[in-house]
Write a protein of this length. Structure first.
Length: 146
């Protein structure tokens, strides 16, 4: 008898740990990340909350070790239409504390190349380090922006 537990042989996989962590930060008020997830209304859909296998069937295996679970809309919960496997640098851009976005990066590059603002002025304007501005204008970061 399994006492309501799923038997899948995947409990030692990274996907299982990711699923478990997703649930904990949304449900467990004692989890250190709860205030940023469950505490602000981020929930896990019922089918995923109750079944790792359903989550795994919907998401599939993680494409590479560099991929993390990413919500497409950072203000919505964990459900199949809002979750993808994404590379870590994409996930970091979607955090609420990220100061730059695609539009801002495009503006930085245009304004700098047209000599409308200096790098130092752009740093002050966008509240990021001078090093971050130099990385943006030299395409060392945000490479997917044309």
């Amino acid at each position: 008898m399994t006492c309501g537990r799923e038997m899948h042989g995947l409990s030692r996989t990274r996907e299982y740990r990711i699923w478990h962590s997703m649930k904990q930060r949304c449900i467990n008020k004692n989890d250190k990340a709860y205030q940023n997830y469950g505490g602000r209304g981020i929930a896990v859909c019922n089918s995923w909350k109750s079944s790792f296998l359903t989550f795994y069937q919907d998401m599939g295996p993680r494409p590479t070790v560099k991929h993390t679970l990413e919500r497409v809309d950072n203000n919505q919960g964990y459900f199949p239409e809002n979750v993808i496997w994404a590379l870590r640098y994409i996930n970091r851009r979607n955090q609420r504390n990220t100061k730059l976005n695609t539009n801002k990066v495009e503006n930085i590059r245009v304004w700098y190349s047209q000599k409308i603002f200096t790098a130092r002025e752009l740093s002050f304007k966008f509240g990021v380090s001078l090093d971050a501005i130099y990385k943006v204008i030299s395409y060392q970061t945000w490479r997917d922006v044309a």
